[in-house]
Ligand binder design. Sequence first.
Ligand SMILES: Cc1cc2nc3c(=O)[nH]c(=O)nc-3n(C[C@H](O)[C@H](O)[C@H](O)COP(=O)(O)OP(=O)(O)OC[C@H]3O[C@@H](n4cnc5c(N)ncnc54)[C@H](O)[C@@H]3O)c2cc1C
Length: 475
Amino acid sequence: VAETRDAEVAVVGSGPGGAVTACILAEAGGDVLVLEEGAEWTQTSALPFSLREMEQKYRHGGPVATLGRARVAYAEGCCVGGGSEVNSGLHHRTPPEVLDAWRRAYAIDAFDEAALGPHFDAIERDLGIAPRPGPPPAAALALREGARRLGWTSVDVPRAVGWDAAAPGGEGRRRSMTETYLPRLRAAGGRLLADTRVLRLERRAGRWLLAAVHAPAGAPPRPLTVRTVVVAAGAVQTPALLRRSGIRANVGDALRLHPMLRVAARFPAVVNPPGAGVAAEQVKELAPRVSLGCSVSTPPYLAVALADHVPDLRGLERDAPRTAIYYAMTGGGRGTVRTFAPWRDPLVRYRLDAADLVEAADALTALCRVLLAAGATALYPAVAGIGPLACECDLARIPRPLPAGRASVVTLHLFASCPMGEDRRVAAVDSFGRVHGVDGLRVADASLLGGPPGVNPQGTIMAIVRRNAIAGPRP
Ligand SMILES: Cc1cc2nc3c(=O)[nH]c(=O)nc-3n(C[C@H](O)[C@H](O)[C@H](O)COP(=O)(O)OP(=O)(O)OC[C@H]3O[C@@H](n4cnc5c(N)ncnc54)[C@H](O)[C@@H]3O)c2cc1C
């Protein structure tokens, strides 16, 4: 097929990092081929946040656990468009103090709020970033009210959603990569081959040879040869692919994520009616270290959030319309990504130390305090053996530090596994994503971040890769 012709530039992965990079290079006249392991679906192929969507668009159909004393369950998109196809599209600019800390830690050139500003402007325009028109869902209003009663600040976070198509009060349609940058890539002559997992990269006679497997055919007709490879396979799979290819300097050594602790909160009134949309309210009183927010509360999400409270499950199912899930998000811990032949999947280790677990306990307590102030009558934190909590006096039952083995930590935000900067002692790639000491090889995804941004990361990832594709040296 035409897609398997050689190209000048191959982009591995079509999530926000890969899609933006591929689109910009193709629109600048480049001969670009995107290789994506997952299948191509549309935004209407499954109900948002349903089990069917998980089966279609997530790696391994849902959450996977890291190894470590505190297990962290994480989930990654695996489809054309990557995480953007399944996420809530909450959008933030990176806090300037976070950018400054990354610049200092890794010696990143030309990297601050002013340098990223035009790139944020462009992606916000392209994704149509906007707050939900009309009143927020009830679960968001409850969080807002709890924050107000404590005198804390809370914000309605704008999202990458097309609201025009929304019924009044309902959800719009995600402005994911299949709705935005990937059609533009194709219009500019770029090609995309779905169902194709890149196994290894090999340098031969000044070009890159890509060994890949095309799932429907079982194998590609022949290995692809390209001049430049841009690896954009996400914060776990990018270091895995580089390490499988023998590229290991500072690769997969500094994985960071946003650990999230969830609480299912039962209210006297309905907060989670069937069809309730995404509640985008976040309490920013303790930011950027800690954010408190609303999670998706559809039945599969409720079942997972309540797994630590099995005796109460039946009652909670009945009470589902009066129960919503909330989260406390921190930035603690540090991990690694390693590969071991012949395993297909990388080994992800993550360690939360005592200070991280104290911070997590404080974040969880702050969330419970807001929810009680909002009028919740029973709180079920995702910590085995704790709950239900019904009053301020119960908050002393949250152990500090949280016991590593009993807390169900989850995350949807992973990054920093190939940090960028000029300091070769710690950075895997240079200030524009070129792998140090390796010709024709770049990284363009969440791996580039210098640590936890403290805000939902998609905007930061897209702004950085757009900057690198436009302001960096041409591939
Ligand atoms: C359920 C959920 C909700 C989220 N909500 C938000 C939110 O509201 N706001 C926000 O900012 N962020 C959110 N995120 C996080 C956000 O989606 C990710 O940070 C973002 O998608 C990361 O982009 P990326 O390009 O680095 O990687 P990804 O989006 O993970 O894309 C990588 C792509 O590479 C492909 N790939 C991997 N390995 C290979 C290989 N060897 N060969 C070929 N292809 C490969 C994968 O299949 C995948 O499609 C959420 C994530 C999830 C899962």
